[in-house]
Design a protein around this ligand. Sequence first.
Ligand code: SF4
Ligand code: MG
Length: 325
Amino acid sequence: DAPLLQVRDLSIDFGTPRGRLHALRGINVDVPKGRIMGLVGESGCGKSTLAYALSGLLAGNGQVTGGAILMDGQDVTKMSDRQLRDMRGQRVSMIFQDPMTALNPVITIGRQMLDIQYRDPGTSAEKRARAAAMLDRVGIPDAAAQLGSYPHQFSGGMRQRVCIAMALLTKPDLLIADEPTTALDATLEVQIIELLRELQQEIGCAIVFVSHHLGTVAELCDDVTVMYAGEVVEQGDVRSVFHAPAHPYTQALLECDPARIKEATRHLPTIAGTLPDLVNVPEGCIFAPRCAHAWDRCRAEHPAARRASAHHTAACHLLDTEART
Ligand code: SF4
Ligand code: MG
């Protein structure tokens, strides 16, 4: 079976006053049906850009300059606005860091949940009942009565639950979650992650989970893609990547101590040095200026993805054992 989602050699530029910013370069990611893929990296690494591109929500100044995003073989980058709307309503849903991004402040929750089901069969009464059942499922007390409430009448954690209910109401094949727990305190975060995991098992959807919290990714995800400065540097089975990281960037993120991932801080560790300028992308390995292992080849030649273990790959010349000098 082909994966549900296949990102192939995807490149995205943004127009800026300084020139074209090469935000994503040569991205390859596969997400099989029903799997949870974590996307991790520092802010500015392109993980949110990728998440938005997957659902056809690239900002106006963003442009796909190469490659494809295939959902069941259909290229999202070539879809019309209408096809994108249909895909987002039915096959792909998103939840965001700020729940208000997804909610209309002047329309009741019930009305918004009815609108989402515009293509589903059934009467309005049946759709309202489905909406209430879903709100109840995500833990909104007195769900049926809450259909008449407006978004601001809920607390932050409850609002994110409402967003999850709305995102999963149409039983999508793919849920894209962009740091959905970042704005919540640690207790609420644990509850929301637990809820996502349960619902994912009930609905069977795949999830792309954008996060800078390695502990959450270790707990929730099957697979992980580690991004750095607009490129994928390491990816594969989450246990393989976190327990035997092969790329110096991943190693730095994990501080070479996989046992500590679970209790890790909620934020990525700081790594010395700054991100490269993506308007003038340097030759060679993008991580070379910050890499303790860099040698001549790293500054001259871009490293290709190579097998790092049976279940993961990394893009680093250190893995090219034959050519290593
Ligand atoms: Fe470091 Fe070279 Fe590997 Fe890049 S290719 S991560 S610079 S060792
Ligand atoms: Mg982001």
